[in-house]
Design a protein. Structure first.
Length: 420
């Protein structure tokens, strides 16, 4: 405070130097004082969460009992290659309650017991298409509205009650970047997404019970691809990113098929995050580059409900793009200077395709099945090629990237999307 009062003409660099000095001098003391309090809060949150998990489990079991649904017997699963398919619940779905739908201009409103959730009409259409591709137990869409309501409600609860609270967890890359990833590197699968923010038809997400009906392959850390080209833009949690790197390296070591991961993480170097350090020193690192702060954008985590002018926001930190590939993956999707230039050009802030994505024809992928029993425990992969894109983009330019992609409304039957 004395420094602020004394120096009224300090430059921005002076302020940043002073803040850095204070952080280094005072940071350890503040951390030591707050350590017990913060750990106490975290412990309390953990115990509250565990209690609610117990209650939800009890309610779940009671519901199944009322519907005369018994637990399935564990199936004998062999270690073999399987088609890449959405998560399938091991138990049949009980009868669904009635959910009312009406539209207010371009907003779809779904009401259940006086509680309403909303989604933009274009994203509601996207969910319809994803559901048509992925939900094999409901061909007449009798359970569609209730499943959409549960999906949106789940993410609202995860985000939090505040305006824009938690939506950073669902921030996504701009559409032109996905187009470049598909065209230049054959990417057709997102490792961290949701039915609401996914660009490709194939993706992993946090909640298989609600998201599987809309194409989710389940949580990424339970997903074991044998081959394919993948995009990973994880939530910016250091622990999750570290676990992600561990999973990447295990998969790359195990597979001799072409396997590639293109990872987008924040450039946090003071201090350097363990995940970033491990990727930069990995034996599978083929290329890395940085996009400076404020010179690129992300799509909002609330893109399914926000206004068009709020769809994109400037990144306040640099983004590191890292290519982890095994030898076969490097041979097939080498990050050449020409391909890298196309990817960086796609990051340039310009006019954006703000329309909601919608599925087009999708490739099928193979992976070794893991020990388990039901479909939600099978390991799956994305074995794809650029010309067989699983894009969900609806912009006309998207058609140029994939000669066999179908525009929205001209979808391929599920039996065809499951062919290799």
């Amino acid at each position: 405070m004395n420094w602020l009062r004394r120096d009224h003409s300090a430059s921005k660099e002076d302020y940043m130097d002073r803040l850095d000095h204070l952080r280094k001098q005072c940071g350890p003391h503040v951390a030591a004082v707050a350590k017990d309090s913060v750990e106490g809060i975290c412990t309390k949150i953990y115990h509250i969460s565990a209690e609610y998990v117990r209650r939800i489990h009890q309610a779940h079991q009671a519901l199944l009992k009322d519907c005369n649904v018994s637990d399935p017997e564990a199936a004998d699963v062999q270690d073999r290659l399987v088609y890449c398919y959405p998560i399938r619940l091991a138990l049949p779905s009980p009868a669904q309650p009635r959910v009312e739908l009406h539209f207010e201009n371009d907003i779809a409103c779904l009401r259940y017991k006086g509680e309403m959730v909303k989604v933009n009409r274009s994203y509601f259409t996207k969910l319809e298409l994803l559901y048509r591709y992925s939900s094999i137990d409901d061909p007449r869409f009798e359970k569609f509205l209730s499943r959409v309501w549960c999906l949106i409600k789940r993410y609202l609860v995860m985000f939090g009650a505040g305006v824009n609270e938690g939506t950073g967890l669902q921030g996504a890359l701009p559409v032109p970047v996905f187009e470049a990833l598909n065209k230049q590197f054959g990417v057709t699968f997102e490792c961290f997404a949701s039915p609401l923010n996914s660009y490709f038809k194939q993706f992993c997400s946090a909640f298989p019970d609600t998201d599987g009906f809309f194409g989710s392959r389940g949580p990424f850390l339970n997903f074991s691809p044998a081959s394919g080209s993948f995009e990973a833009n994880p939530p910016f949690s250091e622990e999750l990113m570290d676990a992600m790197v561990t999973h990447f390296e295990k998969l790359l070591e195990k597979s001799s098929e072409p396997l590639s991961f293109i990872i987008f993480v924040p450039e946090w170097r003071d201090p350097l995050t363990p995940a970033l350090h491990r990727m930069e020193t990995s034996a599978f690192l083929r290329h890395q580059m940085s996009v400076p702060a404020f010179e690129h954008e992300y799509r909002s985590g609330s893109q399914h409900i926000c206004k068009k002018e709020e769809m994109y926001y400037k990144a306040v930190h640099g983004t590191v793009i890292i290519f982890l590939q095994n030898a076969a993956g490097f041979a097939k999707w080498e990050p050449t200077p020409e391909r890298i230039q196309e990817l960086l050009a796609a990051y340039q802030v310009s006019r954006r395709a703000l329309g909601s994505p919608g599925p087009s024809s999708a490739p099928t992928t193979l992976s070794p099945a893991s020990a388990g029993g039901s479909g939600d425990k099978d390991s799956i992969a994305a074995k794809t090629a650029p010309e067989r894109s699983a894009s969900l983009d609806t912009s006309p330019a998207r058609q140029d990237n994939s000669s066999s992609s179908n525009p929205v409304g001209k979808t391929t039957p599920p039996s065809e999307t499951a062919s290799v």
